[in-house]
Write a protein that binds this ligand. Structure first.
Ligand SMILES: [Ca+2]
Length: 177
């Protein structure tokens, strides 16, 4: 198995996850909301990453970008564990994994209280560039329908990168995870 010379598993183990070891072995992508994993150890790289977004809805705490990687999959937006942008054109959300990894899957939990179609068309983009806020990085997958409050995992060939973007091009939308 090819390994990534840039990986730092010890640092990851020290602060990156709240999942128990048992949970990580048996349900590697069910520990939190959006999850990025890579193919040597399966772990939740997104948890503990630093998230930002194109804008934040009027309730800055309830709608904060970091809520999408807080380890809590509560999908009722008003309970404060989802991110929400304003309804701008081309909204985006990005998590900085704080190091470069070979990312092989991303799991996304849709909002559970309304508006299930808002998530459709989101592009998962991964790479090391911050050009266009990271939205020009390699396209890993495009999100289709996800039922209210459900989680879908997207698997793809390994893509090396530090940034994982969820980018919704071409329409005015509230981007919520
Ligand atoms: Ca959350």
């Amino acid at each position: 198995m090819e390994t990534d010379p840039l990986r730092r598993p010890h640092r990851l183990h020290s602060h990156r996850h709240r999942c128990s070891a048992k949970t990580m072995r048996t349900k590697p992508v069910l520990c939190t909301d959006p999850v990025a994993s890579f193919d040597y150890f399966t772990m939740n790289l997104a948890l503990g990453g630093k998230a930002v977004q194109s804008s934040t809805y009027i309730y800055p705490t309830l709608a904060a970008a970091q809520n999408a990687v807080d380890g809590n999959r509560q999908s009722i937006s008003m309970l404060g564990s989802c991110n929400v942008t304003n309804g701008d054109m081309n909204p985006w959300w990005r998590v900085d994994l704080l190091d470069v990894y070979r990312v092989t899957r991303v799991s996304i939990t849709n909002r559970g209280d309304c508006c299930e179609k808002r998530i459709e068309g989101i592009q998962i983009r991964i790479g090391n560039s911050l050009e266009n806020n990271g939205n020009n990085n390699e396209l890993a997958a495009t999100v289709g329908p996800i039922p209210l409050g459900n989680t879908k995992t997207f698997e793809f060939k390994p893509i090396k990168g530090r940034y994982v973007n969820l980018f919704l091009p071409g329409r005015n939308e509230f981007l919520t995870l």
